[in-house]
Design a protein around this ligand. Sequence first.
Ligand SMILES: [Mn+2]
Length: 321
Amino acid sequence: MLNHQHLSQAILQEIKQAENILIISHQRPDGDTLGSNLALRKYLSTFGKNVHSFCDSLLPDYLTFLPDSHLVKQDHLLFTKKFDLVIIVDCATLELTGAQHLLTALPQPYRLINIDHHNSNPKYADINLVLSEACSTAEIIYRLFADWEVLLDQDMATNLACGLITDTGGFKNPATSYQSLNIAANLLNQGANLHQLLKISNRSKNIDNLILWGRALERLEKIEKNNIVFTFLTQNDFLETNTDESAIEGIANFLHILKEGKIILVLVETNDNMIKGSLRTTSEIDVSEIAKMFGGGGHKKAAGFSLPGKLDYVKNRIRVI
Ligand SMILES: [Mn+2]
């Protein structure tokens, strides 16, 4: 049962009143934003609603096995249609949808709902269900379904389980809780193929990706003074290893295996002249506070930020220029 019962009922009310519904995932989608989108989509369409799913980026290959994944569209023309309700899932900011300019052009009026688990979410919608204690947005969708007494089918269970597995790092990172394991057990009971999901989530990299990771690993360094272990990747690294930025997905979480340091920091030059920082910890430090100092945000144990600039690496010294 959700603590936020009134929000849960308010969302159900909006859904009941709406005819045409658009569900939006974040750019460079992961298993949580897509699994949440697809599970919700399935429920709404069985409810008789006209539902469209949007993601501004193409789906990564390893997530195309998700039931109904082919129904997630990148089509900007969707935003010329009339929607009564737009639901954004797993987006800590509106900008992460990559669709903020499209939304302003969307025919009015429409209602906006924001369902997310990022601590830093500024609650940008008409209704905001932001539960930072949830391990994933999929967990929140699961709890909504429980409140609404929705019967989960196998596809919905698989999509939700994908979200849980993604954001708990296969039930290994600090977001893993009694609650998330309990939900996973229920989803398994509803037919989610947990074993296949775990296998796929562990097998999403090719050789070029790992050669890129190798570069990040050989540059690992500990800053004693503030107990940070950091590494970095530049645009040149992507070019020389024939990879793109999607290849770094998972590297910061992988570094949880380190014994040294209390904070992990991975800096990556992105192709829009920005530097993306990913922060992780298993200690009591709240890394979302550190991310906020650089204009970013996230969770206590996993957060990130973006800064304009390039990385300059000379004589074992890294600088932002
Ligand atoms: Mn998530």
